[in-house]
Design a protein around this ligand. Structure first.
Ligand code: NAD
Length: 368
């Protein structure tokens, strides 16, 4: 079975779906690998490294589309790429099928079987395949580094002959995958870290990383299901915003990662709250693509509002391409070898991972 990867066409994308290391592992498992020349360059993987790993490097993306039985991508295919998909082949990519129904229909019309990487269930058996987590983890790190770059302040406390410099204060919203990494990163740089989340169990995790958990009375307005927030009522958010106001007033950097799966991100920083923040402070809004945790965030931009820099960059993992591609490719390897052997795919719909990720097959949409 031939597994291919092409150079990603999204303008700000430096990642690639297969690394030389993973090609080597796939080949060891009996698969063949076909890579478009230059596909890995922005992740610092040279064509020579792929060749050394045993992959077939070819100059044209079209040929990869024509010959691969399985095409691995990072980003959902665009219109032009959909046209090139080979009937009967398998596409493995982030697709975000819940919010991209038209895209799913177009892929399905090409008679392509689609597995969506963002649909991998967050269960322990699937941890090695969990690309949303591997990428969010790196993004949480990068968000703090961006915040550190944008602020005019240093993070650690410094005792100098000229006096003491107090540590920066970092406020983090959401202690999920990205948030926990952000806490660890900010602590390692020496900042004082405060954290808000509405899942009570996160308090212990936050404290174990050296963060201070901001507790408030949530009443009965938060519904948790399977370890995820299912719903948070407006009354809870109003109370939370009230508590957060005084923490925002003293924060130097705010990293926001709060999300409720399948919903618009909760607005936790209103314009009035931005106004109470210190001049020169920074908000890095990681939830910007889900509508933003800050009401003033703009998708893909860094803007200054009321003296506060608000950063809404959408592809932080791509800024750490060598690590992000390496992790994503390892997720792909674990996923492919779970779904298939060189003899073919198992199509085992009794398997939670297959059933959860297979979006369409043989011209039929399985997850409308
Ligand atoms: P996650 O589901 O692991 O964590 C989200 C956390 O938010 C959970 O702990 C949840 O309890 C918490 N939360 C929900 N409502 C809250 C509220 N009102 N107050 C405080 N916390 C609340 O998600 P993740 O994988 O860590 O991703 C976080 C966000 O970052 C998502 O919006 C994701 O799309 C985004 N993201 C952005 C980039 C980027 O490049 N900008 C990259 C990766 C992830």
């Amino acid at each position: 079975m031939k597994i291919g990867a092409i150079k990603e066409t999204r303008p700000d994308e430096n990642r690639v779906a297969l690394s030389p290391t993973v090609c080597k592992q796939l080949i060891k498992n009996g698969f063949e690998c076909i890579i478009e020349s230059g596909a890995g360059l922005n992740s610092f993987f040279s064509d020579e490294a792929y060749v050394e790993a045993g992959a077939n490097v070819i100059s044209s993306a079209d040929e990869v589309y024509r010959t691969a039985d399985v095409l691995c991508k990072v980003n959902p295919p665009n219109e032009e790429e959909i046209e090139k998909l080979k009937a009967g082949s398998v596409l493995i990519s982030f697709v975000y099928h819940l919010t991209n129904q038209a895209l799913v229909e177009k892929i399905n019309a090409r008679k392509v079987s689609l597995f969506s990487m963002d649909a991998i269930p967050r269960i322990s058996r699937a941890q090695t395949m969990d690309a949303l987590s591997s990428q969010a983890n790196l993004a949480g790190y990068k968000a703090v580094i961006i915040g550190a770059n944008e602020t005019g302040r240093i993070f650690p406390m410094l005792m100098t002959a000229a006096g003491t410099i107090t540590p920066a204060k970092v406020l983090i919203f959401g202690a999920g995958v990205a948030g926990l990494q952000a806490i660890g990163t900010a602590r390692r740089l020496g900042a004082v870290v405060e954290v808000t989340d509405i899942r009570p169990e996160t308090k212990e995790e936050v404290e174990s990383l050296g963060g201070k958990f901001i507790s408030f009375d949530m009443g009965s307005g938060v519904k948790i299901e399977g370890g995820y927030v299912k719903e948070a009522g407006e009354d809870v958010l109003t109370r939370q915003r009230e508590i957060l106001k005084k923490h925002l007033a003293t924060a130097d950097i705010v990293v926001t990662t709060a999300q409720v799966p399948g919903r618009k991100a909760p607005v936790l920083v209103t314009e009035d709250m931005v106004k109470v923040m210190k001049l020169g402070s920074v908000i890095v809004d990681m939830a910007v693509e889900q509508g933003g945790n800050c009401a003033l965030s703009e998708v893909g931009k860094a803007v200054i509002k009321h003296g506060v820099k608000i950063v809404g960059y959408t592809n932080l993992p791509s800024m750490l391409a060598p690590n992000a591609s390496d992790s994503y490719a390892k997720n792909i390897f674990a996923f492919v070898t779970h779904l298939a052997s060189n003899e073919g795919f198992k199509w085992d719909m009794n398997d939670e991972i297959t059933a959860g990720t297979l979006i369409c097959r043989d011209g039929q949409i399985l997850k409308p």
